[in-house]
Design a binder for this molecule. Structure first.
Ligand code: GDP
Length: 444
């Protein structure tokens, strides 16, 4: 998962001041030094880091005291808000033209994931917004691009407009728009050609397409794994073409995250979507707020709930979210969550989204060990109904019984109980931070 190193360092630094009742200017300075290093190491653009640190310092030092938070928490709140701001503040949605079709040009270098993202976006628009997109294959240079898009179209059972590789991309694009009008497709996604590097020919061609079809969106697809290169690519595409948004791909890899944290600040172009894997449904709207709290280890409850909603009924999800926010989760809820999570897909990915789960795993960087999860489940299942609802009942003899019943040891039981308490504590903190945020009062 992206951001792991950054998350670990930032959380380590912030953990130290979290509970402090007093934070001096020197503390803030010291902490900012570490945050600065963590960001630079995550390959965040140095100018962006400088601005970020200055803003946090300014706000954190001269802060107006908010009663619900300790000073340590207030500093974390500032870091969280500024991280979110850095990545674009509010979520930025895809355009929707008053008069259909909405024309979207997909641009980017070869290998960034443009063709894949075109199909992912088409799938997203149909599934989440009930739209009927037409994809257009205008990448006539990369030998397999047209075929690739056609195959993806077949898989999705969605139309792909192509005229082979002997017709100019400008004509393909404009005829695709005509076709969409005829067929009442409400979006046209044009997969344009890439190159290995930004060059004049490429830009000329893209500019010609732009002039001809007058797109509502020009989305640049960049590979997050390329770090600062991605930012440079974004800068030059933006200068020459005027972008409306960015799709950051391969955020599922072990990128240090610098691109995600710098693109918006450097180009003033919002990240609209993130590619989280090779599969067609692994494209997610980019939520700066959720991403920031994921980096700071506050989990990503909303993304998790959203994912859960495809499997679980909405009422129950809301109830669970409320419980998590009020930190009165019981072991019954925990078990239910565990089951849901298991039915939802790759555990690594999901666990990262859960508050405190980073820590619960105990072993950082360790692969999620399914048998360990099985053990946790066995322990919870060996508890009585009362114990699940009220873990404070637990005493030595109960623990012994549970360990025996679940085929584990008392240490295992103790560890789980402690982790569960930690998780609740963290939720409490998170929820008071959120409450504080709602009250707002314009900063501190
Ligand atoms: P294009 O040249 O820009 O059209 O690139 P492609 O769409 O052909 O993608 C290049 C490679 O990147 C393919 O192997 C894709 O499966 C892969 N890819 C695209 N998006 C993602 C992503 O979000 N995560 C991962 N892991 N791989 C991706």
């Amino acid at each position: 998962m992206a951001f792991e190193g950054l998350a670990e360092r930032l959380q380590g630094t912030l953990d130290r001041i979290k509970g402090r009742g007093k934070v001096s200017e020197a503390d803030v300075k010291e902490m900012m030094r570490e945050v600065r290093l963590a960001l630079l190491e995550a390959d965040v653009n140095f100018k962006v880091v400088k601005q970020f640190i200055n803003r946090v310092k300014e706000r954190a030092v001269g802060q107006e005291v908010m009663k619900s938070l300790t000073p340590g928490q207030q500093v974390i709140k500032v870091v969280n808000e500024e991280l979110q701001e850095l990545m674009g503040g509010e979520q930025s949605k895809i355009a929707h033209a008053q008069k259909p079709p909405t024309v979207v040009m997909m641009v980017g270098l070869q290998g960034a994931g443009k063709t894949t993202s075109t199909a992912k976006l088409a799938n997203h628009l149909r599934k989440k917004h009930n739209r009927q997109p037409l994809m257009a294959a205008a990448d006539i240079y990369r030998p397999a691009a047209i075929k690739q898009l056609e195959t993806l179209g077949e898989q999705l059972n969605m139309p792909v407009f192509s005229l082979g590789d002997q017709v100019s991309p400008v004509d393909i694009a404009s005829q695709a728009v005509d076709k969409a009008k005829e067929e009442h497709n409400d979006y046209v996604l044009i997969d344009t050609a890439g190159r290995l590097h930004v060059d004049e020919d490429l830009m000329d061609e893209l500019l010609q397409i732009k002039e001809k079809v007058n797109p509502d969106e020009i989305l640049l697809v960049v590979d997050a794994m390329t770090g600062q290169d991605a930012v440079n690519v974004a800068e030059s595409f933006n200068e020459q073409l005027g972008l409306t948004g960015v799709i950051l791909t391969k955020l599922d890899g072990d990128t240090r995250g610098g691109a995600a944290l710098s693109v918006k600040a450097v180009t003033d172009t919002p990240i609209k979507f993130a590619g989280m894997g090779e599969k067609i449904d692994q494209l997610e709207p980019f939520h700066p707020e959720r991403m920031a709290s994921r980096i700071l280890g506050m989990g990503d409850v909303l993304s998790l709930i959203e994912k859960a909603q495809t499997n679980v009924d909405e009422e129950r999800a809301k109830e669970l979210e409320k419980k998590m926010r009020n930190a009165d989760l019981t072991f019954d809820d925990f078990l239910e969550q565990l089951e849901q999570v298991r039915s939802m897909g790759p555990l690594d990915e999901l666990l990262n989204m859960m508050p405190g789960m980073n820590k619960m795993k105990g072993l950082k960087n360790a692969q999620v060990d399914e048998s360990q999860i099985g053990r946790v489940e066995a322990i919870v299942r060996s508890m009585t109904k009362d114990e699940k609802q009220n873990p404070s009942l637990m005493n030595a003899s109960r623990k012994r019984r549970i360990a025996k019943g679940s085929g584990t040891t008392i240490q295992d039981v103790n560890r789980l109980l402690k982790q569960f308490e930690d998780m609740k504590k963290m939720m409490k903190q998170m929820s008071s931070m959120q409450k504080g945020k709602k009250k707002g009062k314009g900063g501190f």
